[in-house]
Design a binder for this molecule. Structure first.
Ligand SMILES: Nc1ncnc2c1ncn2[C@@H]1O[C@H](COP(=O)(O)OP(=O)(O)OP(=O)(O)O)[C@@H](O)[C@H]1O
Ligand SMILES: [Mg+2]
Length: 270
């Protein structure tokens, strides 16, 4: 998949991230190339969300460097970030749509903000984006009037509004039923194919990861434990990798680590 002739869309070099002196990412290095769709997987607390936050400039690493689409990421430089932000899309877990705006206004927002296209043109563009995710009929609805799966689709349409070369996706299957998950996965694949967009998908869901990704990076205790193809991960003999991909209760990953999310869920539900 990797090739020396094409430029990487992402380069992460020796990344270190700490929270209050505690190291949560250690020496993370990898490159992502056009047409790659990587699933970032691994047990809870392994550093997946932190890595994603660093890659979109929402968290600042202690050491190392990140390049997106050939530009060095400078999270403290607002202007540079604004410019770079036009070139990659982010589909947030909860959608992060503005509830006071209709779906079409949400999708139009980045186009309005970052182009001087005529209103008529924006309308057509937005209609095309919504049509691609099967939401054209829901254009005038507000986010509150949508199901979880529809919210994800609207978030995808917005993330793709400016035709980015790179898309970051946080937990696309969280909170969805298996059919809605399959639909979102299909849409992501379709976007990847028709728009030639490279993807980084953080996910807990191995079924979804196998469907979407052509590369897997497994994080464990802040380090890359595995980086390879979906077939290679199935053949990997590392007991931690095996336990995780098969969702086994017994193995080197402790109950506490793998149940962290459940704990969070219980707390949030109170
Ligand atoms: N804002 C923060 N402040 C302090 N510690 C944090 C913060 N965010 C994450 N951590 C810690 O960093 C480590 C990695 O967390 P992270 O959320 O990146 O893991 P994750 O792989 O995304 O887990 P999950 O699967 O539960 O989402 C954990 O030990 C977590 O407690
Ligand atoms: Mg996370």
């Amino acid at each position: 998949m990797t090739s020396s002739q094409t430029e990487p869309v992402i380069q992460v070099l020796s990344l270190v991230k700490e929270y209050n002196g505690k190291r949560v990412l250690s020496d993370i290095s990898f490159e992502l190339y056009p047409r790659e769709r990587v699933a970032i997987i691994g047990p809870s607390g392994g550093g997946k969300s932190t890595l994603l936050a660093c890659m979109i400039g929402a968290a600042i690493p202690e050491e190392g460097e990140i390049q997106l689409l050939g530009e060095t990421l400078r999270p403290r430089d607002r202007k540079a970030m604004d410019r770079l932000r036009l070139r990659f899309g982010v589909m947030f877990q909860g959608g992060a749509l503005f509830s006071s705006m209709s779906i079409q206004e949400n999708v139009a927002l980045p186009i309005r903000r970052h182009s001087d296209l005529a209103e008529e043109t924006i309308k057509i563009l937005v209609a095309m984006k919504l049509n691609q995710v099967g939401l054209f009929a829901a254009s005038d609805r507000s986010p509150e009037e949508l199901s979880g799966g529809m919210i994800k689709r609207a978030a995808l349409a917005r993330a793709m509004a400016l035709d980015p070369a790179l898309l970051f996706i946080d937990e696309p299957s969280a909170g969805l039923d298996p059919i809605a998950v399959a639909e979102i996965d299909d849409l992501l694949l379709k976007q990847a194919e028709t728009h030639d967009v490279a993807m980084v998908v953080v996910t807990h869901d191995m079924t979804s990861a196998y469907r979407i990704a052509n590369r897997m990076i497994m994080l464990y205790k802040g380090r890359i434990l595995f980086d390879g193809s979906p077939r290679e991960i199935q053949e990997c003999e590392d007991p931690v990798v095996q336990q995780f991909i098969h969702g086994r209760k017994d193995g080197p990953i402790s109950f506490q680590e793998s149940s962290l999310d459940f704990g969070k869920l219980l707390l949030e539900g109170e």
